[in-house]
Design a protein around this ligand. Structure first.
Ligand SMILES: Nc1ncnc2c1ncn2[C@@H]1O[C@H](COP(=O)(O)OP(=O)(O)O)[C@@H](O)[C@H]1O
Ligand SMILES: [Mg+2]
Length: 439
């Protein structure tokens, strides 16, 4: 459906409520926001950018929130409007206790171009919709596409739920803040439990998750995780998230918590082992054809010499590829072969992201990573045990714990499982990053 049809739909709703149609100015703000323009790029005759940004747009979003019963922002406008067009979700009255879908995706980014991931989406949908898994976690290195995949998944399955809410933990909210926020949403803002105990908050949340079929997405969970001798531990002051995950993973309810993280919290690891219905998904790079589509959007033709090699070099890592394309165009006039000469390029953006991820590793994890990054071929468990038990004298349990941590953080991968022997290597993008840091 195009934006004009949505505008007609919104105007019809306003008229039905006895209100005036949207002004030409407001219609233009909606059209431009729909097209992904910033306020600065909107050129609305008779109005300054400042006025649009600070006055006109905020009051428009408020008006649309009242009209649709969902929190509307510039960022989520498209998602909200698209959800209105679904036959099953005609607009609920905000005050009515309606069985229809209530969405709060105001924290979710807008994903415009999305390629592939058909199998991943099918698998996740099966776990969540068909198997009714109470907790599904998507893991993978930074930039691999966890958030983008989750946005698409939510768009695909949201109609199976009564409530869908997306929250990012990027700004490290306390578990109490997140719980209050969720409870307010599930209670249609009838409850405002700001000053109560964690146990009360949890029991209120479980009440709603039991009464309704809700989907809660917690994105960027790694923001509250800490480094340490073992992975999956929370930062100081965030340990209570453990109780939230345990409640959702173990108690009876009809809802699902979907989380994304660079590394699995300890409870998830335990729950996956103990409880069959809890699932974890390790996200890898894009398939070659899909990575080609992503590159062609950025002006690198699918048939260009070296495209396949470029994708292989980055193992289909979407963010690394997007960064590489810029450099190919800026520095090599679009010639991939020139770009691929010399060592693999990773831009500042990725270096900064990896710096953050590596700062979370324990000293020994880092040492083991560096060792693997320097190896020219995959290295076996036996080799690592032999290598590190003599110097620096590590117990084999410590070495194995570290291997587990790194696997779980998707920093190393298993290459083959021949009879009895397991080999590990480091993803090329990370290997290159580490070699840069070492020398
Ligand atoms: N399947 C895909 N198709 C197109 N772009 C993608 C895809 N997956 C990820 N991207 C892009 O790659 C970048 C990193 O993805 P993101 O989901 O933010 O990674 P993560 O959450 O794992 O750190 C974003 O710009 C995103 O839009
Ligand atoms: Mg993300």
């Amino acid at each position: 459906m195009d934006i004009d049809k949505f505008l007609t739909q919104l105007n019809n709703l306003l008229i039905a409520k006895g209100e005036k149609e949207l002004s030409p100015r407001d219609q233009k703000i909606i059209q431009d926001s729909w097209a992904g323009k910033t306020y600065e790029d909107m050129n609305i005759p008779g109005y300054t950018t400042d006025y649009i940004k600070k006055m006109a747009a905020p009051s428009l979003w408020k008006k649309l929130s009242n009209l649709t019963g969902q929190r509307v922002t510039k960022k989520n406008l498209r998602l909200v409007l698209e959800s209105l067009s679904k036959p099953s979700s005609s607009i609920p009255e905000p005050t009515e206790s309606s069985p229809l879908l209530k969405l709060d995706l105001s924290d979710a980014p807008y994903v415009s171009d999305f390629y592939g991931r058909t199998n991943e989406l099918a698998q996740l949908e099966q776990w969540i919709v068909t198997d009714h898994s109470p907790l599904v976690a998507i893991f993978g290195i930074t930039g691999i596409g966890k958030t983008a995949l989750s946005v698409k998944l939510v768009e695909q399955i949201k109609d199976q739920f009564e409530y869908v809410i997306w929250r990012s933990l990027k700004d490290t909210p306390s578990v109490e803040e997140v719980l209050s926020d969720l409870i307010q949403f599930f209670s249609n803002h009838q409850e405002n439990p700001s000053s109560t105990t964690l146990n009360n908050l949890l029991s209120r949340l479980m009440y709603y998750l039991n009464q309704h079929r809700c989907l809660v997405v917690l994105d960027e969970v790694e923001a509250i995780m800490d480094a340490g001798e073992s992975s999956g531990i929370y930062k100081e002051g965030y340990q209570d998230y453990r109780k939230l995950l345990q409640c959702i993973g173990e108690k009876r309810h009809q809802s699902c918590l979907l989380l994304t993280s660079q590394e699995p919290p300890q409870e998830v690891k335990e729950l996956v082992i103990r409880q069959g219905r809890i699932r974890e998904f390790q996200l890898k790079g894009l398939k070659k054809e899909d990575a080609k589509a992503l590159l062609s959007k950025d002006g690198i033709s699918k048939s260009l010499h070296g495209v396949g090699q470029l994708i292989d070099s980055y193992k289909g890592h979407p963010l690394a590829l997007k960064i590489a394309v810029r450099t190919i165009q800026n520095c090599h006039n679009g010639k991939i072969s020139d770009f691929l000469k010399g060592s693999l390029f990773i831009g500042d953006v990725l270096i900064n992201m990896f710096d953050k991820q590596f700062s979370l590793l324990s000293d020994f994890d880092q040492e083991l990573m560096n060792h693997l990054a320097m190896a020219t071929e995959p290295v076996s468990t036996q080799y690592l045990l032999a290598q590190f038990s003599s110097y620096p004298n590590r117990a084999s349990s410590e070495i194995k714990t570290s291997i587990n941590n790194l696997l779980q953080r998707s920093l190393i991968e298993k290459t083959s499982q021949d009879i009895g022997e397991v080999f590990f290597n480091v993803e090329p993008v990370i290997k290159n990053y580490l070699n840069k840091r070492l020398y």
